[in-house]
Design a protein around this ligand. Structure first.
Ligand code: NAD
Ligand code: MG
Length: 399
């Protein structure tokens, strides 16, 4: 039977990996319902011409003419703007890949969850900002959320349906990123190129910087608490530079179950795409003798404060995880654009959490309160970025 699939964030690293699996599957197995992207109109058009979705949506209306010209005469339906992305996410597909990066993915991911089908979730920021609301929406609609983040996908598999009470803890592995062995001095001077040069995984720019600060692992701790209904004390992080073991579950009997594989997102995506069956992939296989050893070490909270910031924000609750995520998105963007230094990222997040009282502190009762807190936190973070950029400019002048 043909399975209809939609891909939100089709031009991204996860989106393209998903389409790669679909292209390699036997003809007729998958039919594409909708594809969406943010600004890359030409790339989106190319994907649309190749996969012939029922609807193609571009978020940025300023690039609509590019999509229009490329799809002219193709007979393909398309739209531009936030409403077009919302329409794409609301279309009736059996399976949706939620792979938009950042809080921008909140509304489209929610629209997919509300349809009550299968949602393969890569967009961890959505869960960080509104975990309880998402899980409740899925419960109400009957949607199945399948974790795509490699660690969470690994843990989902290693849990094997066992109940939370029998789980002593889960362990997320972290590669440690490009600065695993770097001094604080080196990290302070790190360029964008240094920070996005991930030693193992090939990913989008934002998550690559998040891996370098280890905020990615912080977001993943929160993501895991929501997905698996576990308290943060039961979610550990270990640095494992080879990124072969993706996640582990320790049961009360002392047994530890791990899921392993080459660091290639196509494996967790294939697990979600084939679920509940398994599908063949062209992913390269693990050669254990060639690998020889696997190493593990504890993360260093001094050089990577983002991990503790995320745990603290989760414990604080209310709008704190929203502030954490929004400040991080703004700070990473400022770093990628050369406005602040690498170590400023975690500092801006810490300052935002500290000064965030003005941002709705109370409980986030619905998605509107989440959006409002997100907007206010972004405004605060932008002002903190500007203050830091001004300070370093005047320091540079004084020097
Ligand atoms: P990416 O930057 O490569 O792609 C992001 C996609 O989202 C693109 O298609 C882009 O067009 C779209 N997008 C960006 N901003 C948008 C907006 N404002 N409105 C609508 N669409 C928008 O990112 P990625 O690396 O593929 O990551 C996607 C998500 O998956 C992130 O949440 C990330 O944390 C998560 N994730 C990625 C990986 C990985 O290996 N890349 C692994 C685990 C989890
Ligand atoms: Mg991950």
């Amino acid at each position: 039977m043909t399975r209809s699939v939609s891909i939100l964030g089709a031009t991204g690293s996860v989106g393209l990996a998903t389409l790669d699996l679909i292209a390699a599957a036997p003809a007729g197995q998958y039919a594409v319902t909708a594809l969406t992207a943010n600004t890359r109109a030409a790339e989106l058009a190319e994907l649309a011409l190749r996969f012939r979705p029922r609807f193609t949506a571009l978020s940025d209306p300023r690039q609509a003419h590019v999509l229009e010209a490329a799809l002219a005469g193709s007979g393909l339906q398309w739209g531009a703007g936030a409403s077009a992305v919302a329409e794409a996410a609301s279309m009736d597909a059996d399976w949706t890949m939620a792979a938009i990066v950042g809080a921008a993915g909140l509304a489209p991911t929610l629209a997919a969850v509300k349809r009550g089908k299968v949602v393969a979730l890569a967009n961890k920021e959505a869960l960080v900002c509104a975990g309880p609301l998402f899980m409740e929406s899925a419960r109400l609609s009957g949607a199945t959320i399948l974790p795509v983040d490699s660690e969470h996908n690994a843990i989902f598999q290693a849990l094997g349906g066992s109940d939370a009470a029998s789980v002593r803890r889960i362990i997320l592995t972290a590669s440690g990123g490009p600065f695993r062995n770097s001094s604080l001095e080196t990290m302070a001077r790190a360029s964008v190129r240094d920070a996005v040069a991930h030693p193992v995984w090939s990913m989008g720019a934002k998550i690559s910087v998040d891996s370098a600060t280890m905020m990615n692992k912080g977001l993943e701790v929160i993501e895991a608490c929501h997905l698996f209904a576990l308290p943060p004390e039961k979610v550990d992080v270990i640095v494992h530079p080879e990124s072969i073991v993706h996640g582990l579950v320790e049961h009360q009997d002392g047994g530890l179950l791990a899921q392993m594989g080459t660091p290639d997102m196509r494996t967790p995506i294939a697990h979600a795409l084939g679920w509940p069956d398994r599908m063949e992939t062209r992913v390269s296989r693990l050669d254990l003798p060639a690998l020889g050893t696997l190493t593990f070490e504890a993360p260093d909270p001094q050089r990577f404060p983002a991990l503790d910031l995320a745990r603290a924000a989760f414990r604080e609750g209310g709008a704190s995880p929203v502030i954490l995520n929004a400040a991080n998105e703004i700070a990473v963007d400022a770093f990628l654009n050369g406005h602040v230094g690498f170590l400023d990222i975690a500092a801006i997040v810490a300052d935002s959490l500290e000064q965030g009282e003005g941002v709705a502190r109370g409980s986030l009762t619905d998605f509107d309160t989440v959006y409002a807190a997100d907007a206010a936190a972004r405004e605060l973070a932008v002002s903190l970025v500007k203050a830091r950029a001004r300070r370093s400019a005047s320091l540079a002048q004084g020097a």
